[in-house]
Design a protein around this ligand. Structure first.
Ligand SMILES: NC(=O)c1ccc[n+]([C@@H]2O[C@H](COP(=O)([O-])OP(=O)(O)OC[C@H]3O[C@@H](n4cnc5c(N)ncnc54)[C@H](O)[C@@H]3O)[C@@H](O)[C@H]2O)c1
Length: 259
């Protein structure tokens, strides 16, 4: 059961409080991240909202208007990540949950992807997740509780033309998640990933419509994901009911991909 930030478990018929703590969210100023932060705040959580875009973060903070600690940082920079996590922990304490959402994409055929673009997409989607996990998991391990949720994509599960670097990075997020799930399971930390199908954020609305039409035709439910379909998966993985889920990929995808 969840009550604000507090997490409870049952033992011998008694209800025990087992954890409480803030949630750190990267990519917090973006389409999915900003709605998640809003919903976590509404549920009474303390949130550290982390993003590379300070102006957008300021604008979002004005909208959120409450118990949130914003940090502008570049998740592809290991030193900046270390400093940002330290600042968040100094202010709010060791997080109960981290939700790694920061990411980006460029749609391009294989032969047009430059070395710099390849490295950027691997860095912003995969290496950034590794840096956050490397900073936060030891802190959670000392508390012997925590939830980590890493954002992959349907394209981490199946292929997509003109998307090689993103597909590789998002598949890497799933591999990283599974490895850390095993490594930290004995310290009561669950590490999972989510792999949404195309989700109607501003970034996606700017894509070439022909690119999106092809994707829509694949989805048996006949619609794209709403942001709330994705945030529902995050909320579940942060909830007490998800305590025994680790190393899993939760994919809100309307039936596009079934393992
Ligand atoms: N929208 C979709 O269709 C969809 C589908 C599957 C997966 N995803 C994944 O979900 C996540 C969010 O997607 P979105 O549509 O909300 O995108 P978005 O562009 O709206 O949000 C991404 C956020 O990440 C931030 N960010 C980018 N680089 C960063 C960096 N170096 N350091 C810190 N923050 C950084 C951006 O400033 C932005 O606020 C991404 O990881 C994306 O790959 C999205």
């Amino acid at each position: 059961m969840v009550e604000g930030l507090k997490l409870f478990a049952q033992k011998d018929g008694h209800v025990l409080e087992i954890a409480s703590g803030p949630v750190f969210v990267t990519g917090a100023a973006g389409g999915i991240g900003s709605q998640l932060v809003d919903e976590l705040l509404s549920a009474g959580h303390q949130v550290c909202a982390m993003d590379v875009n300070p102006d957008l973060l300021d604008k979002r903070c004005a909208d959120w208007g409450r118990n949130v600690y914003p940090i502008a940082f570049d998740a592809t920079d290991p030193d900046a990540t270390k400093d940002a996590v330290r600042a968040g922990v100094d202010r709010l304490g060791v997080p109960f949950g981290i939700v790694n959402i920061a990411g980006d994409n460029r749609i391009k055929p294989l032969t047009e992807i430059s070395d710099a673009e390849w490295r950027y997409l691997i860095d912003v989607n995969l290496t950034s997740t590794f840096y956050m996990c490397r900073e936060v998991l030891p802190l959670m391990a000392a508390e012997r509780v925590g939830r980590v949720i890493n954002t992959s994509s349907i394209f981490g599960l199946r292929g997509q033309a003109n998307d090689a670097a993103y597909c590789a990075a998002k598949a890497g997020v799933i591999g990283l998640t599974r490895a850390l799930a095993v490594e930290y399971a004995g310290r009561n930390i669950a590490v999972n990933s989510i792999a949404p199908v195309a989700t109607l954020t501003e970034r996606v609305a700017k894509l070439d419509p022909s690119h999106l039409d092809g994707q829509l035709q694949r989805i048996p439910m006949g619609r794209f994901s709403e942001v709330s379909d994705v945030t529902a998966a995050f909320h579940f993985l942060l909830s007490p009911g998800a305590a025994f889920f680790t190393g899993q990929v939760l994919s809100p995808n309307g039936g596009d991909w079934m393992p």
